[in-house]
Design a protein around this ligand. Structure first.
Ligand code: HEC
Length: 255
């Protein structure tokens, strides 16, 4: 009788372990459905760890004010605030996080589609301890943080839109500063701005117009350091360049 009891116990234990192994194996199976995997970072050490999400190519639409477009609105924030050397470019990949393009951002940014505000990519922007980007860089402006959250809430999609280039009524406030804020200010602000050049207000931007470095660097002319960085970044879109040129041709007014 005792023997049978032992046998049943041993058999039962074995069955239990087998069941446990089976269910945890199931859990580790990749559950990705294309790029909408809500939890792309698998740190279980299981086979899911190596799976890379292959996102679809960008979808191009006419720009809709209610949608967030990764290419136009999010990537410039990431490249000018996060994806520089020593931080989150491919070579430095601090803490494994690479924010230089859509695929890397989705694969390493710990984006949580199920709970967007808990995404690491968003949370670190608001932390008082270990805030990103770290000092001496300035914190991201609130509207840029809100845009990143909205992008995640909309599914962290790889959207691109075709904006009409409106070069009527070009002014410093409505045309020039938004470009600088989105694409330059990350590096050119804070207590230790890149190249010792701050671009956070009219006076500072105007000084680079007067010295010729603004257009020299933006047009990638010989003798100037090409902007925007990181090194190898594409030139600003033609539409941005046109607006800057129109504004400068009008005398670079503070309007
Ligand atoms: C990722 C960081 C980064 C971004 C984004 C960036 N810059 Fe720079 N910028 C630098 C660094 C670093 C230098 C100093 C380069 C050097 O001296 O080698 C610099 C230098 C400059 C200079 C001086 C160039 C010269 O030849 O003297 C200008 C003007 C400038 N930036 C304007 C801009 C503008 C305008 C933008 C946005 C369109 C921009 N930068 C975006 C990092 C950045």
């Amino acid at each position: 009788m005792r023997q049978t009891g032992k046998f049943i116990f041993a058999f039962g234990t074995l069955l239990f372990i087998a069941l446990l192994a089976y269910t945890s194996a199931c859990k580790r199976e990749p559950v990705y459905i294309g790029y909408i995997d809500p939890n792309p970072i698998d740190t279980t050490g299981g086979p899911g760890d190596t799976t890379i999400i292959t996102p679809p190519p960008p979808v191009t639409h006419p720009c809709d004010p209610d949608s967030v477009y990764f290419t136009q609105q999010i990537l410039p924030i990431l490249t000018s605030n996060c994806a520089m050397s020593g931080c989150h470019n491919a070579a430095s990949h601090e803490e494994g996080v690479i924010l230089d393009n859509y695929t890397n951002t989705r694969n390493t940014g710990k984006i949580n589609l199920g709970s967007p505000s808990n995404s690491k990519l968003y949370r670190v922007l608001n932390q008082t301890n270990e805030r990103m980007p770290p000092a001496p860089m300035a914190a991201l402006p609130l509207d840029q943080r809100a845009l990143i959250l909205k992008w995640i809430q909309q599914g962290a999609l790889n959207l691109t839109c075709d904006a009409d280039c409106d070069t009527t009524n070009v002014t410093f406030t409505t045309s020039v500063m938004p470009i600088i804020t989105l694409k330059c200010k990350g590096c050119h602000s804070g207590t230790n701005p890149s190249g010792n050049i701050a671009l956070t207000n009219y006076t500072q931007v105007k000084a680079t117009v007067t010295s010729g470095t603004l257009m020299g660097s933006i047009l990638h002319q010989a003798g100037y350091v090409a902007m925007p960085q990181p090194i190898g970044s594409a030139q600003l879109p033609d539409c941005d360049i046109s607006k800057l040129q129109i504004w400068i041709a009008a005398g670079a007014p503070n309007n």
